[in-house]
Design a protein. Sequence first.
Length: 406
Amino acid sequence: MHTVDPPSPKLRRSLTTPLLTLYGLGVTVGAGIYVLVGATAEAAGPYAAVSFLVAALVVSLTALSYAELATRYPVSAGEAAYVEAGFQRDWMAVLIGLAVAASGIISASAVAIGAASYLHTLTGLGTALLTIGVVSVMGLIAIWGITQSVFVAAVITVIEIAGLLFVIGWGMSVQEPQGHEISEMIPGLELSTWRGVMAASLLAFFAFVGFEDMANVAEEVKDPTHTIPKAILLTLVLATGLYLATSITVLLVVPIDTLSTSAAPLTLVFFDAPEVIKQGFAAVAVVATVNGVLIQMIMASRVIYGLADRDHLPKILATVPQVTQTPVVATLLVVAIILLLTQTLPIGILAERTSQIVLGVFVLVNISLILLKSRPGTTREHFRVPLVVPILGVLTSALLFGAGFL
């Protein structure tokens, strides 16, 4: 068997560990936690915070596999490159490309519903109308082209994290919390309890979707062998800490019955706050969620464009008008599918489907690493994990994938 050596990089290596970690937090923290605490509480009840811990465990195993693969193949193609190298089949790369595009489209649909719910608290307009508005405006921005610099992404990340810290701080200072005591958030050993926790973990997993995008900027990282593993693990530790603290706070303050029916759950922490604080937080949440819609929309349209450009999809989807220099037809297709999904499926179902697609990709990525480790190794220095890591990555990802069918 031949080994695949990575092509020489064409992009400037400028990302250090702090910058890559900030980028990782930017694509991971955000829309998921802002819109899904309610849905996880509906599935797991007072044990919703444990669901985030289970999701973090599954993600961390696959993250270690990504850390090795991204240092073996520090290229921008990410998952497609790993699967192609592992399975040595071109069509597998196309399959992964379609799966990644689908996850972006469905994820943007879930986040758009969340953005509309937060906008509803600001404007009082109907959420269906606001969802159409959010998707349409983000679609127009994506068509006209958006150069989101690292600076803009960093500013939005800081706003998102500040919003979560504000929720935690405010919630912990509430005099008469209406939710559950922390001691009531620890599940027993009953099977029915853990069935709910596992089903909620599939939703909680959605909040971690995004860390894998760090592998796609590998060509722009300084000293990728050391920087990428550190940044991936730092991102996951910080995100898990934020998610646990946020979910525990919300469960402490808000009654489960109220929480489980909300698509804008974090605003409920401010039930007795002055109106200006409620409005201010809703505005922060809108920024966090709308940015998620735009990023996923751009990502999905670029993947579809790339597949069409290589003749794997109809050539019309690769159309790029001179005026915009963006893949307009691919973007319009993405927008149309998102509009359809937001009007027909609830946020929980959309998040669940996104999670299952990404978990399917994780299974293939872990198997690719197992296959690569079974062949004669490359002489290049790269980060290495024991074989048991991708094996456990396959098992845990498959287990969580199956939780959606319980």
